[in-house]
Design a protein around this ligand. Structure first.
Ligand code: NAD
Ligand code: DAU
Length: 333
């Protein structure tokens, strides 16, 4: 691997991945193609932007010309670019179908043309839908609930079909909920940490007992690097941390770490189609040689500290999201 194309590298996981890879591989060059949607932020990469091994291409994965420009000279790629927030997909699903399905198709076509040697496509554990007990294996049936997870399922099925039909060297991961530095403050943990710092209410959906498996982003990027280097082509890998927590527990732990009162918790109506629990079986990624290093508590402490120390970053981001916040307030009260 000499030159890696990262798509969606200005977002949360993508920017953490780029930083990690540049640190780990001194000879690797990276091109980052990102449309800079509301979720893309070049501040996430400020510390590495002048690294001569890194270049940024402002463009859209739905546009074949942008993709061709970014892919030129690359031998491998990792696709993070997506619309990613479930509530936004409930509000307006069109952008999800465009980027998460059609954008994936444009990338696959280009990868075929430019003879990409390894194509890692980032999917999500949400494609399985909800599970009451036990954990989903990679071979289980997909049963997505939201326009977000259905679009992600469409994108990854298309990616897999390019392996089966054209032998395009595709790998797929299905990850649990990530958390950590640079996560956009619309997702549960960064929203609640930043609201709590400002003594604003923490809007907890439904009974607060939905369960998510919390994967610290530094563990996630290590797993993705491993799959990109050593994964078997055509295979799908679940990535989970075994850190299953109810939302109410996450909320109380966050408040405790910040020394804020539980009276900030506000019960609001439930998210439509809200999946109760996500859980994935992780034997396959463990067998490849990865295990998470962070417990939920360790990851949360680091995350809370990062947001406490980087107020300028999240205040600037929150100021720009007024229109979405208006819809959110109307919907959840
Ligand atoms: P994010 O929303 O923080 O970032 C998405 C990035 O993609 C942004 O930089 C945005 O500008 C870019 N982008 C969006 N549409 C684009 C387009 N049409 N062309 C080019 N760039 C575009 O997302 P994230 O949380 O970092 O998630 C990254 C990937 O990981 C996504 O594919 C997501 O589905 C998947 N995933 C995320 C999680 C999680 O918990 N965050 C868990 C599992 C899987
Ligand atoms: O499971 C992986 C997925 O995790 C990724 O594919 C998605 O991109 C990512 O957004 C995330 O989806 P979730 O819907 O699980 O994450 P979110 O942070 O939006 O919500 C986590 C839980 O918290 C969920 O049960 C809904 C609840 N919640 C969320 C918000 C934003 C609240 O109770 N209140 C809130 O304000």
């Amino acid at each position: 691997m000499n030159r890696l194309l990262v798509t969606g590298g200005a977002g949360f996981i993508g920017s953490n991945f780029i930083r990690y890879i540049l640190r780990k591989y001194p000879d690797l060059r990276i091109a980052n193609l990102d449309a800079l949607t509301y979720a893309g932020n070049l501040e996430n990469l400020r510390d590495i932007e002048k690294d001569p091994r890194y270049s940024f291409v402002h463009g859209n994965i739905c546009n074949p010309d942008d993709v061709a420009k970014a892919m030129a000279g690359c031998d491998s790629m990792i696709n993070f670019a997506a619309e990613t927030h479930v509530d936004r997909s409930i509000h307006e699903a069109g952008a999800f179908v465009d980027t998460d399905v059609r954008g994936t198709f444009v990338l696959l076509e280009a990868a075929k043309k430019y003879k990409i040697e390894r194509f890692l496509h980032i999917s999500t554990d949400e494609v399985y839908g909800s599970i009451e007990v036990g954990s989903f294996k990679e071979t289980d049936t997909l049963n997505p609930s939201s326009p977000y997870s259905a679009s992600k399922a469409g994108g990854e099925l298309l990616a897999h079909s390019y392996f089966v039909t054209y032998r395009l060297p595709v790998l797929i991961t299905r990850s649990a909920n990530n958390f950590g530095p640079y996560q956009y403050p619309e997702k549960l943990i960064p929203l609640f940490v930043t609201n709590a710092i400002d003594n604003k209410p923490l809007p907890l959906y439904g009974d607060g007992k939905n369960v998510r498996d919390w994967l610290y982003v530094e563990d996630q990027v290590e797993a993705l690097d491993l799959v990109l280097q050593k994964g078997i082509l055509g295979e799908i890998y679940n990535i989970g941390a075994g850190n299953e927590e109810m939302n109410i527990t996450v909320t109380k732990e966050t408040l405790k770490l910040l020394g804020k009162p539980e009276s900030l918790i506000r019960s609001v109506k439930d998210r439509p189609g809200h999946d109760r629990r996500y859980s994935v079986a992780t034997e396959k990624i463990h067998a490849l040689g990865w295990k998470p290093r962070h417990s939920f508590q360790e990851g949360l402490e680091k995350t809370v500290q990062w947001y406490a120390e980087n107020e300028a970053w999240w205040r600037a981001v929150k100021e720009k999201q007024a229109a979405y916040q208006e819809w959110y307030k109307k919907h959840y009260g």
